[in-house]
Write a protein that binds this ligand. Structure first.
Ligand SMILES: [Fe+2]
Length: 310
């Protein structure tokens, strides 16, 4: 088995201002599948082609933003191993017991220098993608409802000291650096894209003085045509759009950035190339980033990219 250690992004818990409005948006416009509600009032969703019980959880709060993001690791022994490695590196961990999140095993939780709460877990109930495991069809009715992304793909987070964050991801969690943006000084990294497998990114960070901020949660679509269809659905539902449809120079993904009813930015995207861990990191200088790295078609640094987050 080649894929060991951290396998993939597992879930994100995001705060929303009005739960009912948010549920309507994520269920009917985004087209996520609602899979449960818990005693705390949290609502659980998965994308139609995901097999685990949940990948996107929302809770009502006074302010928007992200509570935590989690990665699924290979098995429980791997989870213990990561816990020991984090502690040996001086990073305090807390174990959230199994069942705190519906259908999810114990989670090892820790705070990274950017101020974000991260979690690792090994167990979550597989409920399937609505199709049989034997001679399955390629899609079903859920894949046509709303924007209907296939999976929760990655998040871009804003916070301080991403150099220290990078060290944790690479040296302890086994990620590698796929792309980076250098600051105006031409030396310091102000943005990093990290992968734990063969996706162009599983998580990304931008250096920012305010800790613990969410730039976007990203949902994967299967084609550029589906990105255009997502743009249509956003327009039909008065969803405020930030950037796109366009292509990022960084990662080459075809993208739309837009905002949910609480002001949390989300991305619907497709594509990107398939890197390997031995590939040399791609580097963008600040000018390159501002002239195509962010928006290759329009070649401009949209004001909102660096200034608007939750
Ligand atoms: Fe993204």
């Amino acid at each position: 088995m080649a894929l060991e250690g951290v396998m993939r992004p597992g879930h994100a818990q995001v705060r929303v201002l009005e739960l009912d409005k948010a549920v309507e948006f994520y269920r009917d416009v985004m087209g996520l599948v609602e899979t449960g509600r818990d005693a705390q009032g949290r609502v659980y969703f998965k994308c139609w082609d995901e097999r685990d019980h949940n990948s996107f959880i929302i809770r009502e709060a006074e302010s928007a933003g992200i509570d935590f993001m989690a990665f699924r690791v290979r098995d429980e022994a791997t989870l213990d191993d990561f816990k020991a490695k984090l502690e040996a590196a001086g990073i305090a961990t807390e174990v959230v017991p199994a069942g705190d999140l519906l259908e999810t095993g114990r989670r090892v939780r820790f705070t990274i220098p950017s101020g974000h709460l991260l979690e690792l877990y090994a167990t979550k109930t597989a409920i399937g993608n609505g199709m049989t495991q034997h001679n399955p069809p390629p899609w079903n009715a859920q894949s046509e409802k709303g924007i209907a992304p296939v999976r929760f793909d990655h998040a871009l987070l804003y916070g301080p000291d991403i150099a220290a964050v990078k060290k944790i991801f690479i040296e302890i969690l086994g990620f590698y650096l796929v792309e980076r943006v250098l600051g105006p000084d031409g030396e310091s990294e102000i943005a990093i894209w990290l992968s734990c497998g063969q996706k162009v990114h599983d998580i990304a960070f931008v250096e920012n003085p305010e800790p613990g901020k969410l730039h976007h949660c990203s949902f994967l679509l299967e084609s550029w045509e589906k990105v255009m269809r997502a743009a249509d659905i956003m327009a039909m539902n008065d969803v405020p759009v930030d950037i796109g449809p366009t292509r990022h120079g960084i990662t080459r993904g075809g993208t739309i950035y837009a905002w949910d009813p609480s002001g949390n930015r989300f991305e619907t995207f497709q594509g990107g190339y398939l890197p390997y861990p031995d590939y040399e990191t791609l580097t963008w200088d600040f000018e390159g980033f501002a002239n195509g790295g962010l928006d290759y078609a329009q070649r401009k640094l949209h004001d909102t990219f660096l200034s608007v987050y939750t």
